[in-house]
Design a protein around this ligand. Structure first.
Ligand code: ADP
Ligand code: MG
Length: 500
């Protein structure tokens, strides 16, 4: 089911992945600024007050506080992100933590600072802000190496999104192979497949996985020079270099990276000279055994107007696709995104069934699904209400309409009659025999849950039956679903078949 072709080429075994430089970002001290100034007692005494303040928040207190964080964010997150933090001092309402790397500081600042600040404030109300600093004498401090890429006024690397890490990537059947391949590449180690080619439809997580690889490579080996950019940016840089007569610079920048990642490569199809340059860059890097990671919206062979030699080059490594999400994966993603929302909106309550509803109804694009959730939480928080089914329908009316399921009642009737091996006319017709009535009720149930048709509308499509008959059918199946494993299994199978 998982389509992957693994062919390996031109990589002498045992060759090591080059070490990576931190060329993607400058080292800047990170600070999370808060403007609320609750408490403020300990600052009153000036310098003495400061000492006093430190007495409020001590190493020991930090130790206890960390235990609370562990409970909130779970063992994995804790080990990766909180344990490496070292509490240094509190000065003028600013709590400073030492971090081993810039990457870690950035990540914690983006993802956990609210939570940490919340806990800190419970100990010492005067703390307004947290900063994370890489100590000047730290061994692990990433070298502030100007990547060759940055010899231009602004380097070609595109920024990486802090949210796109492996930790936040939910793995399910449709993406497990792509995830595994990405993980393998992110480990560094010998280059075993080159390039790694990830493809799939819009919003299925290609960019997320690429950023995750870049983050992890960078965290593992801060000196590795990883260059991530979109194919569009590649072309833009190329055209610019041609125009400014700086082709030599361009070539040397791209040929001196350790890992090259090009997102949405389908973009260069039909753009002949860009393709040509891409091809040469690609070859030069492969010859040096540098890892290349490419994404596209379709398989290499299916990209129109892409030169044959480029196609065959792209197919040379491991080609893996991200399949459209299924219901389980969407539900998993929603559950994990809810966790993130809870940090921002701890007061918002969520009714049962809402996530299931969203996972069922918004089935195309994870980006849309995510946007829907963000909107729900923001809205519920604003109006101070629980996220109920009703609020969801109100707040997301447009999104739900736009992603209206294309499944029709007729399609459901067809699938169900095939499944139970009865004639379509018998399902719709008047016969009351159990062997027809039960499939008919199953179809009604699915029609109610998988389409936006009302009960009377469904009734009409079942040979003009009354809406109360439909309602009775739906209820009957709901009951049976809980008692009869066979019915539950049938429903699940049918739902999958219809969704596929
Ligand atoms: P693509 O590049 O394939 O169009 P993206 O990587 O930009 O898609 O993903 C779109 C959005 O959906 C991003 O916010 C991303 O974090 C989210 N997303 C996609 N797949 C997953 C997943 N498996 N787990 C968590 N988030 C996901
Ligand atoms: Mg993308």
């Amino acid at each position: 089911m998982l389509a992957a072709s693994a062919s390996f080429c031109e990589n002498p075994e045992g060759s090591l992945l080059p070490m990576l430089g931190d060329g993607l970002e400058e080292v800047v001290p990170m600070a999370v600024t808060r403007n609320d100034n609750a408490g403020g007692q300990w600052a009153t005494g000036g310098k003495d007050g400061r000492k006093d303040g430190n007495a409020h928040m001590t190493q020991e207190k930090w130790g206890q506080l960390r235990q609370r964080l562990l409970k909130t964010i779970g063992q994995n997150n804790y080990k990766t992100w909180i344990e490496p933090l070292e509490f240094r001092e509190i000065e003028d309402g600013v709590a400073t933590f030492d971090v081993p790397t810039n990457f870690l500081g950035n990540y914690v600042s983006q993802n956990f600072s609210d939570l940490i600040l919340h806990e800190l404030k419970a100990e010492d109300g005067s703390i307004r802000r947290i900063t994370f600093k890489v100590p000047a004498n730290s061994q692990g401090k990433p070298k502030l190496k100007t990547a060759p890429a940055q010899s231009n006024s602004d380097g070609p690397a595109a920024p990486l999104d802090h949210r796109f890490t492996f930790d936040s990537f939910v793995v399910g059947k449709p993406n497990e192979l792509a995830h595994a391949a990405a993980k393998r590449v992110a480990e560094g180690g010998p280059v075993t497949f080159n390039p790694l080619f990830l493809y799939g439809g819009v919003g299925l997580g290609k960019t997320h996985l690429m950023h995750a690889i870049a983050w992890e490579l960078q965290a593992r080996s801060p000196n590795l020079n990883v260059l991530y950019l979109s194919a569009e940016q590649f072309m833009y840089r190329f055209v610019q270099a041609l125009r400014d007569r700086k082709m030599m610079d361009f070539k040397s920048i791209f040929r001196s990276v350790d890992v090259l990642m090009v997102d949405d490569v389908q973009f260069i199809a039909g753009k002949d000279s860009t393709q040509e340059e891409f091809f040469h860059t690609f070859n030069a890097l492969v010859d040096q055994n540098k890892q290349i990671i490419i994404s596209a919206d379709r398989a290499p062979g299916e990209i129109k107007d892409l030169e044959e030699r480029v196609k065959s080059r792209l197919q040379c490594g491991l080609v893996v696709d991200l399949h459209p999400t299924d219901y389980e994966l969407r539900l998993g993603i929603l559950q994990s995104k809810v966790e993130q929302q809870r940090i921002n909106y701890p007061e918002v309550k969520l009714s049962d069934g809402v996530l299931e509803f969203l996972a069922l109804r918004i089935s195309t694009n994870v980006r849309v699904l995510e946007g829907a959730l963000v909107r729900l939480f923001a809205f519920a928080s604003l109006v101070g209400r629980e996220i109920t089914m009703e609020l969801t329908q109100d707040c997301l009316a447009d999104v739900l309409r736009a992603s209206e399921r294309k499944i029709t009642v007729e399609e459901i009737q067809r699938k169900v009659s095939e499944h139970y091996n009865i004639r379509l006319s018998d399902m719709i017709g008047p016969k009351r025999l159990r062997s027809y009535a039960r499939p008919r009720q199953v179809a009604m149930y699915l029609a109610k849950h998988m389409t936006s048709r009302s009960l009377p509308e469904i009734g009409r499509r079942f040979g003009g039956r009354d809406h109360t008959t439909v309602m009775h059918g739906v209820r009957r199946i709901e009951e049976l679903k809980a008692q009869d494993g066979q019915i539950a299994e049938d429903l699940e199978l049918l739902r999958r078949a219809l969704e596929a």
